[in-house]
Ligand binder design. Sequence first.
Ligand code: CA
Length: 529
Amino acid sequence: MRIMKSILTLISTLFVFGTPIVQAEDRPNFIIVYIDDLGWADTSVPMMISDPDSASDFNQTPHLEKLAQRGMVFSNAYAPAPTCTPSRKSIQFGKTPGRLGYTFVHDVLALQKELSWEDELSLADVVKAADSDYVTAHFGKGMGGDRMDTIGYDLTDEVDGNSTNGNFHGEYLSLKNRESLPSDNPKRMASLEKSSLEFINEYGGKRPFFMMVSHYAVHVPHAARPDLIEKYRKLPRGKYLEDDDYLPEDQISESRKISHWRLQYAAMLDEVDQGLGAIMAAVKKTGQQDNTFIIFTSDNGGGLNPNGTLRGGKANLYEGGLRVPFVVAGPGVRSGVQCDVAINQWDLLPTFHDYAGNEQALPEDLDGGSLRPVFEFGNNAKVERPVEGFVYHYPCYFAPPVTVIRLGDYKLMEHHLTGEQKLFNVGTDYYEQQNLIGDLPAKAAELKAVMDKYLEEIDAEDVQDVYKARFAELDRFEAGAIEQHKKRIERAAGDKQLIAEADKWLQEQLERFDQNRKECRENMQGKTF
Ligand SMILES: [Ca+2]
């Protein structure tokens, strides 16, 4: 399939030479700065001008503010899933996680089927098929399952191990020896900045490029440079800050440090923003500012609670889990404008296809549409997609299994086991406080019909199959543990202490798997959402 793609690239290159729509020197560059778990209202750029709470009153992202002034802010931008792995696949391939068959983190059914996405057309593939002179790079957190260098990226930093997810949570200098990062490189933010600047300096203005920088920040465990933490200690207190945030560092609890010390969170985001600023400056220096799309967004909704004014957050299907910051600047993109048209990250593949001047037809089974009309005409324009609405299929075994559709201003949520439904007008009530299911049954039925048709079309995963795959996986884990225990007993050669340790270990494993089974059975009872 890779060879097939290369042939297609060659054919398309020849074709482009025959009928040049976009000259090689005019091909735009693309940069995506992809943040992990950044909430819709976490930056200092209001995602909705009419809602002051759609920006943080504490965190500072001045470089993102500059990007927003130069370009557009999308108030209704969506991640493809409420968690990392499905979003990271979806953004690459222009298809919903449901269609790709990978819908939640550790999708046991996809793992059981040993699905691979190497043959899918990726963001990197569409620009290279437009012009083989494009050079493509991916730095940072991967997508799990397949390494980024197997889906069309020329340069990646997944070089020192077989990990398909980059560097776990960005905790190590090197995966091979598990060497910890120095304090001046938290979440590998300095490493990512270095890689991205080297790449821009090498290729900017010489070859068209696409670079995706996938941050490990701001995912847990949080980490930040001490000097930046001190900067935020001195700034005016934001409304979500608590007294405990201002304790000396050695008195901050470990759990707070890992997931919700807001001084550290702001400091971490500050460095993400500095990295964006460095990229913007490097692009400008190479003379490519007016020829480069820079997109800043997040792979799912916010991991911190409260999550601005949105309901829920990471890992659930309320707006807090799905709505993300989205800022873009680039050639032809309107300047200093907020756009309220609903867009999704699975739109980026057809968008790149369009702007790069790719003359091949897009695959027919895509979910996204080119964002060029809204980039150029804002609220007056419409995105043409092959499918209606945004469908989120989430047949998860460790959370309530729910499918969601957003169609127009309405959003229907339906539980797979109980059939419980909720309906919101997220155009006006994006806080999702008013469940309209009793008031607007016809609207709910209309959305459900579109949703069901889509699920049938993509042969969507069935939650009962997911449960079965989970139990089969736990059986496999258990058999593996028993086998490992047997070997340890053999190796112990009668040593009572070693035997006791091995027995204890096995006992713990078996208890854990039983607990996992119990949790799964409880979820099968149909907890509300
Ligand atoms: Ca994430």
